[in-house]
Design a protein around this ligand. Structure first.
Ligand SMILES: [Fe+2]
Ligand SMILES: [Fe+2]
Length: 475
């Protein structure tokens, strides 16, 4: 059941060959997808043979297959975790009923919207990252970028399968539109703000895969609880791919920090100008990148009070993170949760119905998880004997969604005047000068085993390959 059939045009473990109409519809979408990949995917990469990992089955051991592939020949396809015919809905108004194998008519519009919004982020991130291959700090990093990119392409396939199979003509139109919107396009942008931002350099890429792919993890975990069983099963498999993306981010930032603290100790200085002269990224600049990517990413969870969030939960479309492990009644009526507001120039907590605050609940779970990785980065600094601590900013800092939208809040959580904001912003968010400096470091390093000066080598190669392994064969 869990083995993937690679002999078909579209690899799958859903017996696609038995549903001719669906197979035909997806085979018509496939060349459009490849056209999108050529147009918006990794720039100049067509002829590269890349050492990629491909899933051979959906169980945890099914990831062992590594080999050289041209990315456009990557076996994108449709993989769902195995189903459980007796699965019951375990939260919301339908709790205790049998999970749905098809979309109930009354939830069709909301489910479509949820799937399209998730699906839209997948090609968006590929578009955001499309120029990065030109400035990769090593072959190892270039390969990791490409692995992330092909898997985001597969995540798009996962959502498109659901649209084609369960939403008829509307679904097919949405699947086309997913290939038409473009990240950052003024006329036809991607749906969510963070996915229209640029990912201009590799520090931004590592921050994106640490913070923003982790948003993906939390959204997918919430959808993996869904009463709509095909959505639950496909998001469960997507989560196994997401883990690698977050690893790339966490390890990438960690290696940047390692290189920086090494230089600080060699030069016996924390002077930013001297460190920049030595070609490494100073810790205050890394902090400002954290502030930017963290704040933009937590906006993705949506407004702190949302009647849509309540509807999605009560109707069983989207659960909480680890819904099944929670000890409450899984219906949440009459319960409350605290959200933040600015009142008379102060941040104050306000109790609101928990059902309306479920975006905030998911955001807070995400925050707990994000902070853990930042603490691991601090261990690298600590081990080097340097007194400096990175931190995520206050969750009210630099927000653009919900009741905190547009409020002027410092990273330490003080409401500040416009004048204070102006005076502080270049200390709090990457300045033009920071971005220009980081951009000046970006040069292409492609000799096997060599790394750009601003980043330390990884502790271990991919699939335990040696340090000088040739991860990408350039044609
Ligand atoms: Fe994804
Ligand atoms: Fe991802």
């Amino acid at each position: 059941m869990s083995t993937i059939n690679y002999s078909e045009k579209i690899p799958n473990n859903v017996n696609l060959a038995e549903d001719r109409a669906l197979q035909r519809a997806l085979e018509q979408w496939q060349p459009n997808f490849l056209h999108w990949w050529g147009d918006a995917g990794p720039e100049g990469s067509t002829d590269f043979d890349v050492y990629l990992r491909t899933a051979v089955s959906v169980d945890p051991q099914g990831w062992a297959q590594f080999g050289y592939t041209k990315m456009r020949d990557y076996r994108w396809g449709i993989f769902l975790n195995p189903g459980d015919a007796s699965r019951e809905i375990h939260f919301g108004d339908h709790k205790g009923e049998r999970a749905w194998q098809d979309v109930p008519g009354e939830h069709r519009a909301n489910l479509r919207r949820i799937i399209v919004t998730q699906g839209d982020t997948e090609p968006a991130s590929v578009e955001q990252q499309r120029h990065l291959g030109l400035t990769a700090p090593s072959q190892y990093d270039l390969r990791n970028l490409f692995q992330v990119n092909v898997e985001e392409g597969r995540h798009l396939w996962a959502m498109v399968y659901l649209l084609h199979k369960h939403f008829g003509r509307d679904g097919r139109e949405e699947a086309e539109a997913l290939l038409e919107r473009r990240s950052g396009d003024a006329n036809n942008p991607r749906i969510l703000g963070a996915f229209n931002e640029k990912t201009p350099d590799w520090l931004a890429f590592f921050m994106f895969t640490y913070f923003t792919d982790r948003d993906g993890k939390y959204q997918l975990c919430a959808l993996a609880e869904s009463a709509f069983d095909p959505l639950a099963r496909t998001t469960k498999f997507m989560l196994t791919e997401e883990a690698h993306h977050m690893f790339v981010g966490e390890a990438g930032v960690s290696r940047v920090i390692q290189r920086t603290v090494n230089a600080m100790n060699e030069l016996k200085t924390d002077d930013v100008a001297r460190l920049r002269a030595a070609g490494v990224i100073d810790l205050p600049t890394i902090q400002r990148y954290i502030n930017f990517h963290y704040s933009v990413t937590i906006d993705l969870f949506g407004a702190d009070e949302s009647s849509n969030a309540a509807t999605f939960y009560s109707s069983g479309l989207k659960g909480r993170f680890e819904e099944g492990k929670r000890g409450d009644d899984h219906q949440l009526r009459g319960q409350t949760y605290k959200v933040l507001h600015v009142v008379d120039g102060m941040l104050v907590e306000k109790e609101v119905p928990m059902l309306n605050a479920l975006n905030e609940v998911l955001r807070d779970d995400y925050i707990t998880d994000s902070v853990a990785g930042v603490n691991r980065w601090n261990k690298v600094i600590d081990k080097a004997g340097i007194a400096f601590k990175l931190a995520v900013p206050h969750k009210a800092f630099h927000r653009n969604i919900g009741s905190l939208s547009g409020a002027r809040i410092s990273p330490d959580g003080r409401v500040v005047s416009q004048a204070e904001w102006q005076a502080g912003v270049n200390q709090w968010l990457p300045s033009d000068a920071d971005r220009a400096y980081v951009a000046s470091l970006m040069g292409r390093v492609v000799e096997p085993g060599k790394f750009a000066n601003w980043i330390a080598p990884p502790v271990m190669g991919i699939n335990r390959q040696p340090a000088d392994f040739e991860y990408v064969r350039f044609a």
